[in-house]
Write a protein that binds this ligand. Structure first.
Ligand code: PMP
Length: 306
C-alpha cells in the first residue's frame, strides 16, 4: 500500500495533506485538462536523498503545459525548489513525487474562463510499481486498445486526459489476470505500455519504438539508452517493432520512472526468450539502481540532493 506524505505543496504553500482540496465542480475534473509528472527520489549510498533527473521532469512538465496552453504561474526553478523543500520537510528518504497542474475554477464549458493553472505537488512512498514483476518479470497482454495517434493528441505531453487510453489498457489487463498491457499504435506497430516505454533485445541488438510510434519521450527511456551506450557499448536502434518481433525477442523490458526497469517474460501466453528475465535486463536493472543511488560518479549531475 502507498503512504502519502503529511504535506502537500499547493500553489506556493505547504499545507496539511487533508487540507489540499478542490471542489467536485472543478473544471479539470470534468474535462480532463491538466498535466502532471512522476518523479522518484532515492536514498543514495551515503544515506542522503536525491531526486533523479528532476530538471528533465520539470522541463517536460512545462512542455506539457505549453502544448495544452496552460499557464503555470511559477518558474522551473521555483518548482525545483518546491519539490526539494517538500521532500526535505516530509521526512521521506525515498518517494514518488507527483506534481500536477490543472484549472481550478468552478465553471463549466469546454473553453475555460482562465488558462492559469493551479499547481499541487504530493509525495507518496511507493515500492515497485508492478510489484513482484520487477523481480520475476511481467506477464502482459497486447491490448485491444490502440495507443492514441499523435495527430489526435500530443503524445509528448503528459496530460491527465490522455490516461483514459492507458486506463483502458491497464484495467483490461488486470481484469484478465495479467500484470500489464502493451499497446500497439494505430499502424499496428508496438508502441508502449500504459505508463512505460518498451525495449526488446534480439541477437545482442537493442530496439525501441521511435517517438512517432505514439510513445511518450520517457526520461527513463533516454536514461536507459545512455546507460546501454556508455556502460555496455550497446547502441539502441529506434525503429518500428512489429508484434512478431516482440514475440520472438530474446528479452523485452519496460522502462518508466514508476516501473524503473521491469522485465517482460510473457506476451499473450507466449514466453519471451526462456520465460525468465534476461541477462541484459538484469544487468540494466542493477546499473540503473547504482546510478539512481549515486554509486556511479559519472552520472552525478542526474541527482538533485535535497
Ligand atoms: N509512457 C507513458 C504513457 C507513461 O505514462 C510513462 C510514465 N511517465 C512513460 C512512458 C515513461 O516515462 P518516464 O520514464 O519519463 O517516467
Amino acid at each position: 500500500m502507498s503512504e502519502w506524505s503529511p504535506l502537500i505543496w499547493f500553489d506556493g504553500r505547504l499545507v496539511p495533506f487533508e487540507d489540499a482540496k478542490i471542489h467536485v465542480m472543478t473544471y479539470s475534473l470534468h474535462y480532463g485538462v491538466g498535466v502532471f509528472e512522476g518523479i522518484r527520489a532515492y536514498r543514495t549510498y551515503d544515506g542522503r536523498t536525491a531526486i533523479f533527473r528532476l530538471r528533465e521532469h520539470i522541463r517536460r512538465f512545462f512542455d506539457s503545459a505549453k502544448i495544452y496552453k496552460l499557464e503555470i504561474p511559477f518558474t522551473e526553478d521555483e518548482l525545483v525548489e518546491a519539490i526539494k523543500e517538500l521532500v526535505r520537510r516530509s521526512g521521506f528518504d525515498e518517494a514518488y513525487i507527483r506534481p500536477i497542474a490543472f484549472i481550478n475554477i468552478r465553471k463549466l464549458g469546454v473553453k475555460p474562463a482562465t488558462r492559469r493553472a493551479s499547481v499541487a505537488i504530493g509525495l507518496v512512498s511507493w515500492g515497485k510499481y508492478l510489484g513482484k514483476a520487477y523481480y520475476e518479470g511481467a506477464r502482459v497482454i497486447v491490448s485491444p486498445w490502440r495507443r492514441i495517434p499523435p495527430n489526435a493528441l500530443p503524445l509528448n505531453a503528459k496530460a491527465i486526459g490522455q490516461y483514459l487510453n492507458s486506463y483502458l489498457a491497464a484495467i483490461d489487463a488486470d481484469i484478465k489476470g495479467f500484470d500489464e498491457a502493451i499497446m500497439l499504435d494505430t499502424r499496428g506497430f508496438v508502441s508502449e505500455g500504459p505508463g512505460e516505454n518498451i525495449f526488446i533485445v534480439k541477437n545482442g541488438n537493442v530496439y525501441t519504438p521511435p517517438l512517432y510510434a505514439s510513445v511518450l519521450p520517457g526520461v527513463t527511456r533516454e536514461t536507459v539508452m545512455m546507460i546501454l551506450e556508455n556502460e555496455l557499448e550497446v547502441e539502441v536502434t529506434e525503429r518500428d517493432i512489429a508484434l512478431g518481433e516482440l514475440l520472438t525477442a530474446d528479452e523485452a523490458f519496460f522502462t518508466g520512472t514508476a516501473a524503473e526497469i521491469t522485465p517482460i517474460v510473457e506476451v499473450d501466453g507466449i514466453k519471451i526468450g526462456n520465460g525468465k528475465p534476461g541477462p541484459l535486463t538484469r544487468k540494466l536493472q542493477s546499473l540503473y539502481e547504482d546510478i539512481v543511488r549515486g554509486k556511479i560518479d559519472k552520472y552525478s549531475e542526474w541527482l538533485t540532493y535535497v
